[in-house]
Design a protein around this ligand. Structure first.
Ligand code: AMP
Length: 281
């Protein structure tokens, strides 16, 4: 039976009781408006743990624009129903005042600039908000393993850094991006796209596929120029398109054996991101 819990103390009691029985706890933090991408993570976590906890919390601290926060889709009943169907044990709805207490904030560690590039450059303060909420949620849930989607590659890199630097007792698991049949990366924000915009957004996956196909075969500058032109010629407004090192997230000027292509663009009012692993041939 799926339990809905809003209270940190009740959650702690539940998790501690499970751990005393030797059970492992898999945790998936989300902002709700669940889709198949979230559910794929839930299924993996269910397979790898005895108990599964999903949190739903739209974290204002990681939004740059009040309007984006207000317009973020919310549907508690539908989300709980979907998670019940997946056999999730606990759906946790944390309360803001219980999350951001002074003792829950991460201190004395540096992300070494990982938070300043790409999404961080485009959305100042975004990763500070992400790190704060995930750190607090880890303290609340005390998971054995925590699951994050590779669609937010930079987020995964930054959270790995946090776990390492602060020596947090949790294993981070990164889950591949789930896409619609047409290739569009699933995102809660896709709900805000018109049908026409959903088609226009396909230029992102087309461009990433182009990069994957030609990486290592065309000089880097030419490759990036062609890819950026492709998006400039579409109705989308390009924010950035870069080929980066998988660990440092630094933009590459030369081909190396493996890299990540990552893109962010506005489709109408909605900002979309996507990425793809590139392997030089
Ligand atoms: P969100 O609710 O957008 O904060 O996402 C919650 C988790 O689901 C994050 O770890 C995301 O990276 C992950 N996620 C979102 N979309 C996808 C997707 N299409 N495929 C896999 N994971 C995803």
């Amino acid at each position: 039976m799926t339990q809905e819990i809003n209270e940190v103390l009740r959650l702690s009691e539940y998790v501690q009781a499970a751990k005393l029985k030797g059970k492992t706890v898999g945790f998936i933090p989300t902002m709700g408006a669940l889709h198949e991408g979230h559910l794929a993570i839930v299924r993996q976590a269910r397979q790898e743990n005895n108990v599964t906890v999903v949190s739903i919390y739209v974290n204002e601290r990681q939004f740059n624009h009040a309007e984006d926060f207000v317009k973020y889709p919310r549907n508690r009943e539908r989300d709980v129903h979907l998670l019940q169907e997946e056999g999730v044990d606990v759906v946790y709805f944390p309360q803001t005042e219980q999350l951001f207490t002074p003792e829950n904030l991460p201190v004395n560690f540096s992300l070494k600039g990982l938070e300043d590039v790409l999404e961080g450059a485009a959305r100042p303060g975004h990763f500070k908000g992400v790190v704060e909420v995930v750190h607090a949620l880890f303290l609340h849930v005390q998971p054995t393993k925590a699951y994050f989607g590779l669609k937010d590659f930079q987020q995964v890199t930054i959270l790995r850094k946090m776990v390492k630097e602060l020596n947090l007792p949790v294993d981070l698991v990164a889950v591949p991006t789930v896409r619609a049949e047409n290739g569009l990366a699933l995102s809660s924000r896709n709900q805000r796209l018109s049908e026409c915009e959903q088609n226009e957004a396909l230029v992102l996956i087309q461009t990433l596929s182009f990069l994957k196909q030609h990486y290592g075969k065309i000089p880097m500058k030419e490759l990036l120029d062609q890819a950026r032109t492709n998006i400039h010629q579409s109705p989308l407004k390009l924010d950035y398109l870069e080929i980066i090192d998988l660990e440092t997230l630094i933009s590459l000027a030369e081909v190396q054996p493996q890299a990540l292509a990552c893109v962010a663009a506005f489709c109408g009012e909605v900002r979309l991101i996507d990425n793809m692993l590139l392997i030089a041939q």
